[in-house]
Design a protein around this ligand. Structure first.
Ligand code: HPA
Ligand code: ZN
Length: 339
């Protein structure tokens, strides 16, 4: 019998859905609070962890934005990013495309430059230390208005040669993708790739809007697409990558339990699903924990796990030659493991 645990652990993979602010571990939050003399309304790490009980996306977002208040200096953003990359490398992540939320920081007086240069330095450290490559995706907060997103894109202009694309995150319900049609068009005209969270809590209609009005290159979450067979068939036909986050879905009650997770249905429908950690410090695990959470699900076998990792490279924004090289390494790993 195949040891699926060992198989997924060693599997080379890319991570495509990771909010860097969501990798802020409680211990690190306290350390940054101390070094920056920022107050946090929790007495201890245990107290803080105890607050991580969510019944919906907004419960999590309230505490996630509060946590981000401890991030103040370039060194903080560097250290935050490198700590994530250290964990990712330990999970055999060889490439990561990470989100950041500049508005969370600029709104409290931290300049865009501090955030971007700190994260870029962390990415460079990860390349040197682990050979791990990465890309940066600037997310607009959808609970804010489109003018604020435009202002953010403007401030980011000097860094756009080092930013792969734009994304859309935060409170989904009541903030449909169409609200950001103009700024996504502007970003596309600047040569940026486009992704958006849609169909996590929002209806299939939001996924249609992300496709038809934001012209996304990749769909973040996308779970609720399955409610619409026409949409599901279209996503399969267009080889749209879905960045699925099993433990996030569990913690935010997007699914009724891990056994009810739709990942197997996604694969059987021909969707290019991938496995990701979203906000690992808040949702109980990094990328391998997310793969492991799926082991034992009815119908998922070793080929499916290999396919999920394969999809992570196919869905990445790496150039074709790099994708081909990663797939060759993956195929060798699978062949050796089976031998
Ligand atoms: N959904 C929406 N916004 C987010 C998330 C998420 O899972 N994580 C961080 N911001
Ligand atoms: Zn997310």
């Amino acid at each position: 019998m195949t040891d699926l645990n060992a198989f997924v652990t060693g599997l080379p993979k890319a991570e495509l859905h990771l909010h860097i602010e969501g990798s802020l571990e409680p211990e690190q939050m306290f350390a940054f609070a101390r070094r920056n003399k920022v107050e946090i309304p929790f007495a201890s790490v245990e107290d803080l962890r105890g607050a991580y009980e969510f019944s919906k996306l907004q419960d999590f977002l309230d505490i996630y934005y509060q946590g981000a208040n401890v991030l103040c200096t370039e060194a903080d953003f560097h250290d935050l990013a490198l700590a994530y990359f250290d964990r990712a490398a330990a999970d055999n992540v060889v490439h990561a495309e990470i989100f950041f939320d500049p508005q969370t920081h600029t709104a409290r007086g931290i300049p865009f430059q501090v955030v971007a240069d700190g994260l870029l330095a962390g990415m460079s450290s990860a390349q040197t230390k682990h050979g791990l490559t990465s890309k940066l995706i600037l997310c607009f907060l959808r609970h804010l208005d489109e003018d604020d997103a435009f202002a953010t894109l403007k401030v980011a202009e000097p860094w756009l040669d080092r930013i792969a694309g734009v994304g859309l995150d935060s409170s989904e319900l009541g903030h449909p993708p169409s609200k950001f049609e103009k700024v996504f068009t502007a970003a596309g005209d600047m040569g940026l790739l486009r992704v958006a969270h849609a169909g996590e809590e929002g209806p299939p209609e939001y996924v249609y809007e992300a496709l038809d009005r934001l012209h996304i290159d990749r769909l973040d979450h996308g779970n609720r697409s399955l409610e619409d067979t026409v949409l599901t068939a279209r996503l399969a036909r267009e080889a749209m990558t879905l960045t699925v986050c099993p433990l996030s879905n569990l913690k935010l009650c997007v699914v009724d339990g891990i056994a009810a997770h739709p990942i197997e249905r996604m694969l059987r429908a021909g969707l290019r699903a991938t496995v990701n950690s979203d906000d690992p410090a808040y949702f109980g695990g990094y990328v391998n924990d997310n793969y492991r959470a799926l082991i034992g699900m009815d119908g998922l076998d070793v080929r499916d796990f290999a396919m999920l990792a394969r999809n992570s490279f196919l869905g990445s924004f790496l150039p074709d030659d790099a994708v081909t090289a990663h797939l060759a390494t993956l195929d060798t790993y699978v062949r050796d493991f089976m031998a």
